[in-house]
Design a protein around this ligand. Structure first.
Ligand SMILES: CC(C)(COP(=O)(O)OP(=O)(O)OC[C@H]1O[C@@H](n2cnc3c(N)ncnc32)[C@H](O)[C@@H]1OP(=O)(O)O)[C@@H](O)C(=O)NCCC(=O)NCCS
Length: 213
């Protein structure tokens, strides 16, 4: 339920519809955010945030064994994921968390890294981004899946205050599987981040205890 502010809200017409026009967000932020979410934000599909980034592993990216350093890969993944989140939100986003990342195979000097990112679910002000990473040896053509990961981003305004994000509407079966799992992953990361009590993690409890407390 929205408390209507005493001040009159002007409306602008777009086609046959009328939308509220918000000249000053600071006057009644909760009200304007609710209305903007209802009237002005349409849901988006995962393919709208799909991002592909390629990098060539150069000497400066490697350790003394000529393998790509893990921190450099995490940095590239952060950039690809942030681009994807920004495409979905059309806003500045900040990294809120990075889920556990394991490195399955060493990536060698001269390999080409391909990082694919797309939003897997949107919440209120945050989005979860799914990443898939491949390493390709160009002379041999061998291509190996190196990592999968989830990054969470929060949309912020110019003052750093959090703002609502558009809903994500899954399209394919794969999108739906990622979308369904996102609630459990979110609860786990919020517990680990000290933002949620384990007792409140209903999805996780249902997974482990079959819906019984
Ligand atoms: C991320 C940040 C904006 C969250 O701000 P906050 O005041 O703690 O916000 P809230 O507790 O109101 O949470 C806002 C959103 O962030 C999410 N969030 C907060 N901490 C989180 C975490 N550890 N993991 C995942 N999501 C998190 C919340 O779930 C919430 O999402 P929702 O609105 O979709 O439900 C703030 O902590 C921040 O600016 N952090 C620094 C970001 C940064 O500099 N990143 C680069 C790191 S080097």
């Amino acid at each position: 339920m929205i408390d209507l502010p005493s001040r009159k809200i002007p409306y602008v017409s777009i086609g046959a519809s009328f939308f509220p026009y918000f000249p000053d967000f600071t006057d009644f932020p909760d009200f304007t955010l609710s209305l903007r979410k209802t009237y002005c934000m349409k849901g988006k599909s995962p393919k709208e945030s799909h991002t592909i980034m390629n990098e060539l592993v150069l000497p400066n990216d490697t350790n003394t064994l000529n393998n790509l350093m893990g921190g450099r890969l995490l940095h590239w993944m952060d950039i690809a994921a942030a681009i994807s989140a920004q495409k979905h939100c059309n806003r500045i986003v900040v990294t809120a968390s990075v889920d556990n990342v394991s490195f399955k195979h060493p990536i060698k000097l001269g390999d080409v890294i391909t990082i694919e990112a797309k939003v897997s679910r949107a919440f209120t002000t945050s989005v979860e981004v799914r990443l898939d990473v491949w390493a390709e040896n160009i002379p041999s053509g061998a291509r190996l899946k190196s990592n999968e990961a989830y990054y969470t981003f929060v949309a912020v305004d110019q003052n750093g205050s959090t703002i609502p994000v558009p809903e994500l509407i899954p399209e394919t079966i794969e999108d739906m599987v990622l979308y369904e799992g996102a609630l459990r992953r979110r609860q786990l990361r919020l517990i680990l981040g000290g933002k949620m009590k384990p007792d409140d993690a209903t999805e996780l409890k249902a997974l482990f205890f079959g819906g019984n407390d």
